[in-house]
Structures are given as C-alpha cells and as structure tokens.
Design a protein around this ligand. Structure first.
Ligand SMILES: [Zn+2]
Length: 109
C-alpha cells in the first residue's frame, strides 16, 4: 500500500508473525487492520454537466449514497449500478479517490 503521509510505497514487515505496512516517515498499519486509503463512488452527470453522487435503496428501504471504501461492497454496488442506465435513463460513471487528507480529529472527553 501507499503511505498516506508521503505517498511512497510502504514496506511489508514481519515482526513475530505479525505483518504490517511500515514507512520511513513513521507510518505503520497492521495488515489485518482496516485502513481507508481509497473511496469509490458512482456518479451521474446531468445535461448541464453537473455531477451528482447516485443513491440506492437498501433492503430496509433506506436511501444511501453509492459510496464505499470497501471492495466487497463495491462489487455489490456494481451490480446495482449496471441497472441504472436502463432503469433511470442516465449514464453513470465509477470514480476512485485515492488522496487522503486528515482534516480534524474529534476525540472523546
Ligand atoms: Zn510515509
């Protein structure tokens, strides 16, 4: 994986059978931990060129934006996405974002 701090490729390190990604800048992440370094979203573009994130309806009938950081969820969203051009009459596009910028931490009291 790419280091989120300096974008160089992390080294895969094995310490006492525990694998982790390590970077010279100090970044470290165990391979069995989830770390969000990419986000996928499905968008449509209207006739004026304005883009919008698509929504889908869950089995509990809640509307959710088609955004995920999880690859298995992405595969599920692709199944939904394939139907949209036909059912909604819009062209859609899958985007991947890979730049992580940490803005603010809110910590518990
Ligand atoms: Zn780094």
């Amino acid at each position: 994986m790419k280091c989120p701090n300096c974008a160089t490729e992390c080294e895969l390190v094995n310490v006492k059978s525990k694998l982790s990604y390590e970077c010279g800048c100090g970044f470290s992440c165990p391979t069995n931990h989830k770390y969000i370094n990419e986000i996928y979203t499905f968008i449509s573009k209207d006739s004026d060129g304005n883009e919008k994130i698509l929504n889908y309806t869950t089995t509990m009938l809640n509307r959710r934006p088609m955004v995920t950081a999880d690859r298995s969820t992405l595969e599920e969203l692709k199944v939904i996405a394939r139907e949209i051009p036909t059912t909604k009459g819009v062209n859609i596009r899958l985007l991947k974002f890979t730049t992580r910028t940490e803005i603010t931490d809110w910590e518990r009291n």
